[in-house]
Ligand binder design. Sequence first.
Ligand code: NAI
Length: 260
Amino acid sequence: MSNYLVDTFGLEGKVALVAGASSGIGAQFAKALAKAGAKVVLGARRVDRIEALAASIADETGSKTLAVALDVTDRKSVVAAFDKAEEAFGTVTVVCNNAGIAIPNWSLEESEDDWDKTMNTNLKGMWHVAQESGKRMVAAGVGGSIINTASILGLGVGGMQTSYATSKAGVLHMTRSMATELQRFGIRVNAICPGYFKTEINDEFLETELGQNMLKRSPARRAGRLEELEAPMLMLASDAASFVTGVALPVDGAHSVTLP
Ligand code: NAI
């Protein structure tokens, strides 16, 4: 009985990779995966940050960690990161595909450059990571779990976020499509749709009157706490969710189901 939760949700012996692990949700996910027993590869562009984070997570949890340079917009960088991960720990079977950016803009004023940057990171970048990890699991003959960090803005829209919301809606359809195709290989592909969590991506906005009012109008009347994303992610990562795939899971205090 006492090992029930560990046996059900534990990740002992698994190799996990977090893309966009240098801050916010990705850093939280890396720590949660390590606490659940996985060996964790932290990938991001800011290598100094992830090296320090990888060392502190290893100290705190006793799990093995590795920091690898990763730019999700660059296919070669994605391949190199998975090579390093495999060399150190073996095939990655849990992937938190989490790198993302937001460039708030009115739709009629958004530059082509900002549109491309958003799509290249949030949609094409997630595709790079999902495809590369899927190919490697299939080649190794192992199943696994890919968890794409989408957003409630992939389910509905908000002001000043046309490219961001479009990219996240694309992530949701990519999730569904890949889940369908990869089911036969035992690879599950799901999306987590966070509501508002204060991180580097939105801390300035959430401090504004507009941001504060938006939170006050939401059912929970507050932003989420990063630790509130851990259990939903771990459920999707673990074998407990063996029949859960193609899902978009909001973690948002019912923000996405209410009218403004
Ligand atoms: P954050 O800015 O703290 O983290 C974003 C991470 O992605 C950072 O580690 C950043 O370095 C990394 N990243 C950006 N471009 C990259 C690239 N080209 N290659 C590799 N890594 C790259 O913000 P947060 O909130 O932790 O964002 C994580 C994910 O969660 C993003 O996909 C974001 O869209 C999503 N999200 C966040 C919400 C929030 O309220 N914070 C709500 C819904 C979704």
